[in-house]
Design a protein around this ligand. Sequence first.
Ligand code: ASP
Length: 576
Amino acid sequence: MLKRTQRLNEIDDSLIGKTVIINGWVDRMRNLGGIVFLWIRDRYGLVQVVFDPQKPVYEYVKNLSNEYVVAVKGIVRERPKEAKNPNLESGNVEILAEELEILAESKTPPIYTNREEGNEEARLKYRYLDLRRSALQHNLIFRHRVAHLTREYMNSKDFLEIETPYLTKSTPEGARDFLVPSRLKKGSFYALPQSPQIFKQLLMISGFDRYYQIVRCFRDEDLRADRQPEFTQLDLEMSFADQSDVLEIVNGLVKKLYEKFIGIDLGEIPIMSYSEAMEKFGSDKPDLRFEMELQDLTNETFAHEMKFLTPSKGEALKSIRILRSETFSRKVLDSYANSAKSEGLRFGWVKNSNGDLSGSIAKIFKSAGVNLDLKNGEMMITCAGKRSSVNKFLGSVRLDAAKRLNLVDESSVKALWVVDFPMFEWNEEEKRYQAQHHPFTMPYVEDLDKYSSDPSKMRAHSYDLVINGWEMGSGSVRIHTKKLQEKIFKLIGISEKEAKARFGFFLEAFEYGAPPHAGFAMGFDRLIATMLGLSSLRDVIAFPKTTSGTDLMSDTPSKVSETQLEELGIKSEVDE
Ligand code: ASP
């Protein structure tokens, strides 16, 4: 085999007049009535190779086609002035071929490898070909570089990278477990970890002080575009540390990554309480790239003159201002009205058209004599009802309106911490409270007594990192005493017996000197996608699954043989 002397990014002016050997794929071919031009591609670059009809090697070029793997020996030469290609890194030069070796043939590829065309299903089925596209190569190389710098940073802060098992006992992160049947212990199952949560806490109890891992997690959930059944986290845990220590480490990391790879200084990353985020932005992951805060009118003197919008006791009356109402057709406003109604809310809108108030609730404001101070063209959307539903609804209006008004500067990046989440949330299906983060999270201990009659008001020492309206990661200060941990289990309806069966080993560990500790985990796929401005995680994972959890390339999941099932002690279903 003609073995390469240069990678394709190395073919440049400095090699003019020299003989080189290159290896790569035929990216495309052009036959200009005699002379044949090939573009050869490898991971590093693209180079033009010229086949002159006068040379013996020309004989072989007609056998070639796209995606053949070739070795070419030739002389580097400067391109004629008019043929220089400034869009190509090697565009100043080309290689005049002297020898050609076909290293592998290729059938006509079922998808394009040099442009993003064709349906996504076909591209996922032939993922190894799709991965030849320069955009995907770029994304995965970018991901590698981010992972590298992440490790360097964590190492520099004395974190130890320690692996934790994949065949585990269930860890509660709120999703379903993927189960793996045991052959040696028939009828028993491992769970794939939803996160290394319990193990990293045990590592703190073991005295490792600072742990991290770039680790795969598995959650059997209904998938959306931004979810994958197996995904990667940057997971970390610290001993003798509280929230401020974790935030400092994570701030340092994301600031460094954004500065190095995106050239953006994230500045001071603000901290906002969950309740402030909900009140001002109607979301626990507010996108701060634009303002449009919700206004609370509940305590205004005119609130009780708002006719059907008048808030009754305990309710909220809130609004959001939209600067350019002309983009909001009646159809859009009707759809807002409908979704408000379906949430059990009362809804109305008012706008200033050439100095006059119009809209579904204009009359109400007029008769109450309220000066809304709306400028010409400005609109106010108002709703009343249960406070949490009002916030959520106006939060979604805020996002939708920003999209319609093009308010989001896609090149800007806004990060923030949302802290003090509720400790519990109500699970309507199971009619019980469940931990909003996970049950190992430290509650505000004073809230436990204060709100004992209403656990939904208890706050947790937990925190989320949000970037551009995406939840990038979550963490919390942990409970480190058995007594408190048992109390929390009890509050979420886990009986002593169940706690012992599921977490007995963990509770026992607390009895042997557990240091105070806190931690965090960042969605690594999500971080990479956000940094690259991509909306689909599939674009940053080499071999992703579809939204139905399938790997189209290998047709997984798939049936297994009867023998395998028998060995595992699992009866197969007869699916005639
Ligand atoms: N284990 C948590 C999660 O996966 C993160 C943490 O609390 O450290 O969301």
